[in-house]
Design a protein around this ligand. Structure first.
Ligand SMILES: Nc1nc2c(c(=O)[nH]1)N[C@H]1C(S)=C(S)[C@@H](COP(=O)(O)O)O[C@H]1N2
Ligand SMILES: [Mo]
Length: 377
C-alpha cells in the first residue's frame, strides 16, 4: 500500500506529482503543495476517484456531447429522453465548490483501527468551478411533472461495473436539494468537462461529497425511497449511532445515512508536512469549508497542542460552497511544534478535537482538527 503512494501518474493532462493510489480504476491523490497557490484548483492538479470505469473516460481529453443522451425516469409523468446538446442552448449556473471524496483522510481513521477502502491521505480534495444547467430548468423546459411521492433523485453513471458481483455506480440524493441546486454540469473551471472528471455531462450538487457528483450521466430516477444499489445502500454510508472501533456493522437503509453533506473541516496547506523551518516569524496558510449551509465563522489555530487558540485571518468567502482561505502569523523557536487548525461555522458546528468519535468501518467523512508537525532549527 505504502509503495503505491510513491508512484507518480502518467495520465495525460495530469501533473506528474499526483500520487497513484490505484491504476485501474484510476485513483490519484493531490499532494498538498499542489493545492496552496491556486484559488481554484486547476484540472492538472485535481484528484481523481473512479470507482468504476468508462473505457473512453480514462484521460483528461473530451468526450463529444453530440450523441450523448440521458434520461429522466421513475416517478415522473413520462420518461423524458434528453440529448446532451440541448443543454448548450440553456442558461448555465456556476458554482465554485469543494469537491472532496468521502474517504478523504481515511488513513487517520486507520491509525485508530484499520478501516477498508482506498488509503487516502488528505489529498482527495479540491476547490473547483462546475457550470451547467439547473435540473429544475430542464424539468420546466420539458414540462415534466414529478410525482408527489418522489423524495429522492437517483443518478446513474454510464460506467461499467468493475467486477461481476458489484452493481453499476449510482447514488440517491434528497429531491428538495436537487431541485434547489443540482446542475447537469458541462464545464469544469470554465472549460468543457474532461472525460476523466465525468464529461460530457455530470450530475453535480454543491455541498455534497464527491461520491454524489455522478460522472457520465446516464439516467436520473425520481423515487420515493433511496436506491438499494450496493454503492448507495451498503457502501458510502456511516452508521447513525456510534460503533466501537473495529466492530462489524451490517449496513441497512435504516441504521445508516449516506455520505451526503460535507462535514465542516479545515486543512493546513502551507508549510508542507515534513518541511524544516528556520526559527523566527512564519505565515501559516490553510483552507476551511463546510456544506454551505452556514458561513465559516472562524478558524482557531493552536501552537501548543490545544492549550490556547488564536483566530486566523479569514479571506472573504468566494462562494458559500467554496473553501475559504485563512492565514496566521507565528514566531517559532527551535524545536518540534504542532500546529492545529479547527474550523467553526455560524451554526456552531466545529471539527472534533478527537475524530475517533466518528470512527466508522469504511473510514468515511474524517474531519478531525488538522494537525501539522513542524521542526524548527
Ligand atoms: N459515474 C461515476 N461517478 C462517480 C464515480 C464513479 O466511479 N463513477 N466516483 C465518485 C467518487 S467516489 C468521487 S470522490 C468523485 C471524484 O471526482 P473526480 O474524479 O472528478 O475528482 O466522483 C464520483 N462520481
Ligand atoms: Mo469518493
Amino acid at each position: 500500500m505504502a509503495e503505491s503512494h510513491l508512484r507518480a501518474t502518467s495520465i495525460e493532462g495530469k501533473d506528474v506529482r499526483l500520487e497513484v493510489l490505484s491504476e485501474n480504476p484510476a485513483v490519484l491523490e493531490t499532494p498538498q503543495a499542489l493545492l496552496v497557490e491556486d484559488a481554484v484548483t486547476p484540472v492538472s492538479n485535481l484528484f481523481v476517484r473512479n470507482v468504476q470505469r468508462l473505457p473512453a473516460g480514462v484521460t483528461a481529453e473530451l468526450l463529444p456531447l453530440q450523441g450523448w443522451t440521458f434520461e429522466l425516469a421513475g416517478l415522473i409523468d413520462r420518461p423524458v429522453p434528453i440529448a446532451g446538446e440541448e443543454l448548450l442552448g440553456m442558461d448555465q449556473v456556476e458554482y465554485e465548490m469543494v469537491l472532496q471524496c468521502s474517504g478523504n483522510g481515511r488513513t487517520r481513521f486507520s491509525e485508530m483501527f484499520p478501516v477498508s477502502g482506498v488509503a487516502w491521505g488528505h489529498g482527495g480534495i479540491a476547490n473547483v468551478r462546475f457550470a451547467g444547467v439547473p435540473l429544475l430548468a430542464l424539468l420546466e423546459k420539458h414540462d415534466a411533472k414529478i410525482g408527489r411521492e418522489a423524495k429522492f433523485v437517483t443518478a446513474e453513471g454510464k460506467d461499467l461495473r468493475q467486477r461481476l458481483e458489484v452493481q453499476e455506480f449510482e447514488h440517491s440524493l434528497p429531491l428538495a436539494d436537487c431541485l434547489e441546486t443540482s446542475i447537469l454540469a458541462l464545464k469544469l473551471n470554465g472549460e468543457p468537462m474532461p472525460a476523466i472528471h465525468g464529461g460530457p455531462v455530470r450530475f453535480v450538487t454543491p455541498g455534497y461529497y464527491g461520491a454524489m457528483q455522478i460522472k457520465w450521466l446516464q439516467r436520473l430516477r425520481f423515487e420515493s425511497i433511496e436506491s438499494t444499489n450496493f454503492y448507495h445502500a451498503v457502501e458510502y454510508r456511516v452508521p447513525k449511532t456510534r460503533v466501537r472501533h473495529g466492530e462489524a456493522f451490517n449496513f441497512t437503509l435504516e441504521n445508516s445515512v449516506p455520505t451526503w453533506k460535507l462535514r465542516i473541516s479545515s486543512l493546513i496547506l502551507d508549510p508542507e508536512a515534513s518541511v524544516v523551518l528556520t526559527a523566527g516569524d512564519h505565515t501559516f496558510r490553510g483552507v476551511a469549508f463546510n456544506d454551505g449551509d452556514a458561513p465559516i465563522e472562524c478558524v482557531l489555530v493552536s501552537f501548543d497542542r490545544g492549550k490556547s487558540w488564536r483566530s486566523a485571518t479569514l479571506q472573504p468567502s468566494r462562494s458559500r460552497y467554496a473553501w475559504c482561505r485563512w492565514t496566521i502569523q507565528k514566531s517559532l523557536a527551535p524545536g518540534t511544534h504542532e500546529v492545529w487548525s479547527r474550523a467553526i461555522d455560524a451554526l456552531g458546528r466545529a471539527q472534533p478535537l478527537d475524530a475517533s468519535i466518528y470512527w466508522n468501518p469504511n473510514g468515511y467523512q474524517w474531519n478531525g482538527v488538522c494537525r501539522l508537525e513542524v521542526r524548527v532549527v
